[in-house]
Structure formats: C-alpha cells, structure tokens
Design a binder for this molecule. Sequence first.
Ligand code: PLP
Length: 398
Amino acid sequence: TREPRSPGRHFLQIPGPTPVPERVLAAMSRQMLDHRGLEFQQLGRRVLSGIKSLFKTQSHVIIYPSSGTGAWEAALTNTLSPGDKVLMCETGQFAVLWAAMAARLGLETEVIPTDWRIGADANLIEKALKADKGHKIKAVCVVHNETSTGCLTRVDEVRKALDALQHPALLMTDSISGLVCADLRHDEWGIDVTVSGSQKGMMLPPGLSFTAISAKALEASKKAGLRTSYFSWSDMLANNSNGFFPYTPATGLLYGLAEAIDMIHEEGLENVFVRHERLAEATRRAVAAWGFETQCREAKYYSPAVTTVIMPDGHNADAYRKIVLDNFNMSLGTGLNRLAGKAFRIGHLGDTNELTVLGALTGVEMGFELAGVPYKKGGVQAAMSYIAETAEQAKAVA
Ligand code: PLP
C-alpha cells in the first residue's frame, strides 16, 4: 500500500539532511567514471582544494566516503594513543555520543557538564586545563554547533583558554552542522582537527565527511598509538597529493560537492553566514512571540543553523510534530535524549531563504492551533517584521 500523495513540496525542516539544490542534484546525475583516470583527477583536485576555503585553512582537508561519525573516529584514532585523556564538554547529545566513542576507543574522558542550554564554556575548560598540571589531557574536543540544542560554542574562546595556559593539547572541533552556517576559522583559531559532514550546511546528500588537519595534528598522527586502517590519514594524504583516493571515492557525491562549493562562493561565504544569522533571528523572534523559550538560553551561544523550541509542560513535542507532518507535510526535528518529547527543532540551514523559513514558521504556528498547544498568536508576523526590517542586511556584503 502506498501513502496518499502529498501535493506541493515536502518541507524538510530538520537540521540535516537538508534539501539539496537543483543545481547540485543535476551535477550529481552523471555517468560513472574511472576513478584512476585523468578526468577524475581534475575533479579530485578541484574538490580537495575548494573545500579548504570553507574551513578557512591552507592545510589539508580529507574527504571520507562516510557520515560525520566516521570523521569523529578518524580524528581520535589518528592522533591519540590508548589511555590518553581527552577533555570534552557535554553540550548536548552529539557531545555525549562523541565522548562515548572516545571511551569505547580506549581513551580516558573527562567531561565538563552543562545544562544543555549553552555552548562549551571556555572558562570551565580553562579551569580544567589549569588543574591538569602534568599535561595528561592530550585533546580538547568541542562541538561547534550542537545540533540537539541549538547552541554554538565559541571555538575562538576555547583556543584562547588553551593559549592562556600554553597547554599543548590538540583542539578538536565538530562542525558537522556548523560548517558554512557559522563562521569557522580553522587556521586563525588554531584548531587542530575540524570535522564536518555533507548533509547540513553543505547542501549535499549524506555520505561525505570532511576533516581539516593542522600541522600539529599531522605531527601527532605520526606518533599516535590507536589503530587505523580504512580511516588512516596517511593513506589518504599520500593519494590526495595527486588528486586521487586510496579506495573508490564517492564520485557522484564529489560532483555534487564541486557544485556546492561553487554555489557557496557565488553567494559569498560571508553572505551565507549573514543569511543564516538573519533567518535564525527571525525564527527566534517567532518563538518569543508565541511565548515559548528556546533551549539555548544565552544570546552569545545562539545557533544560526537550528533552533530548539521547548514545548509547554503537558504537551508532547513528538505528538505535535506528527500533527504538523500529517497536516502540513513538514518534518520538524525531534528532541534528542533528555529533550525527547520535550522539545522540537526547526532547521534553518543550507539552501534556505526567507520564504522557506516563513513557510516553516507558518506550519509551526498552525500546528500549535491544531494540536491544542497554548500559544500567543503573532509569531509568523514577528518573523516577517524582522525580515522586512533587515532587508538591507540581506544585500551582498562583498
Ligand atoms: N555531530 C553533530 C553536531 C551532528 O549534528 C551529527 C549529526 O546530526 C553528528 C555529529 C553525527 O554525524 P553523522 O550522522 O553524519 O554521522
């Protein structure tokens, strides 16, 4: 049996995967090619050099045919040894999962808790590093954009905390849902490993991960004691130096990647950030006007990619999301872990514009009515007003 047809387009407002632009879909619709041949080599060189600009790095960026989780594993196993200590900050569900992976790989984890309503607190990281007199901590791992909570970590502040103490730990950043949505300066901020994925700000299907590596991380990888094989950086880098890969690359996705990189540069990376900030603020204005709270409780940590909305007590967020899906053909993000049933997420990242967000917010507001969730009218109006007031901002900055 088939589901009844839903006319119009589906509103995929989860924080990734995000809708893939027509141009990218068309670019991927290609016949297979010899991945050891000249035509592929050109593509390989093009994407390996193009992706660097998005991380603001001159260093290497590895592209794995894996989801972001694979790049997490590669980041840890290529640089660390069994029993090494890593400092993590539990900003939400993705930080929880990364820490669990580190423990499984045989690393010792020290986890700084939060109430899941802010990003990683650089002061607390500095305190933990200060207490680490013998430099047992070999890496500090933070999630740039915590997709479960809609909180952003100020990675530059974390860098300053390390610098203030001249602590030699590597700085690792998960920017899986942050890349291209929020500014990220791999080189300037002295990040050693930044990992990201294809299915969020990059506007691609899931299936590729990206790993930017500093010279210091590369040095560490030569002495690391954890085992790697498929995820070995050295095999990748050796092959990448000629535009090739050590095993069969995801050629279709790489064609899409080349196109997505072009699109981001045509718009201008800084303009892409401004667009995300503006649409995120419009969303938060709507949430405030409805009388609800965002999970992120401090403006400093607001995510430009996703807004997590706390449901009023007594109303299940997943029951509400089902009503929105059934009535308006829109998928909102579910609450994860301790937020299950208590919050839902509005993704506003990737190939998104004013009307996409206003359409989504309209569905959210009408959903409250249908679900009998008490709310104040006027959220969509507040978002529209903000968008109208800030029309100037939307104009190209460069
Ligand atoms: N880290 C963050 C911040 C994420 O948002 C996600 C996925 O949503 C992951 C890690 C895991 O990435 P993947 O599902 O691509 O393996």
